[in-house]
Design a protein around this ligand. Sequence first.
Ligand code: HEC
Length: 286
Amino acid sequence: MVRIIGMLVGLFFSGWMLVTFVLGATEFVTNPPAETAEHKFHLKPKKVAFPSDGPLGKFDNQQLQRGFQVYKEVCAACHSLRLVAFRNLQDIGYNEDEVKAIAASWVIETPSVDPATGEASSRPSLPADKFPKPFANDIAAAAANNNAIPPDLSLITKARKGGAPYIYSLLTGYQDTPEDLPEANQPGPGLHYNPYFPNLNLAMASPLASEDMVSYSDGTQASIDQMAKDVSAFLVWSAEPKLVERHQTGWAVIAFLLIATILAYLSFRTIWADVKAEKKKKGAEG
Ligand code: HEC
């Protein structure tokens, strides 16, 4: 009886899966996803490797410091990094005094209140402060950027499909508009053509337009490619500063599970050893 019910349930589910599959396939054949002009011009992110990739990935502090330099000298004019505090920079190898100096000399000051008059004012930043926002509010940000608000970059490598390779591709992917680009996809006034951006045109002009925009303190040649890669690596760190710890915890958990499995197997052997021996004895007697 139980067997018949089991068979019926099995049959029901396999039948159901078959029907879903056939319906899905029919739908796809008769009604394929629309092939718009955008699909033809839109490009997938370029292949690019970062030291933090993969389960053994680690950050390269030298690269993160270069990336921070690019953020500070180029991107910070428009993009906030509101989830990162100056003192977090100690994680990427700056010492306490360096962090203090970076905070104190940051071009945009931290908003505060004048203690004498109570009026809104600003003061130099301290290590405990988050990076100050370049614009007072979204309206000011949009007004200064052709009606587009530069997004906060703290989590951008997590927030965008394609992650860091997408950011790298976007920064290095500005092109002249192709001849055969349909009218509807032409960049409007103040927009810039970039095939890695989902709708092909964005309000950010190429921020890394020429090499040597920063002079790296470690002497690395600041090519456009190098700056784009370094700032993308820095944004991987800002979005997940504990990535290396996560990888290490993962390996520790795997090691623990492996040992637990071996122990479980050994105790299984020990517990059943008597039963097996008895069975054998009985077999020999009978
Ligand atoms: C002059 C101001 C300005 C500077 C400098 C600038 N950006 Fe932008 N950025 C913008 C604006 C405006 C947008 C919004 C564009 C849009 O949505 O059309 C944007 C959008 C972006 C996006 C989001 C793209 C998406 O998928 O939505 C990323 C990532 C980005 N910028 C990274 C950077 C990096 C990295 C730097 C430094 C190398 C930088 N930007 C420098 C103004 C700027």
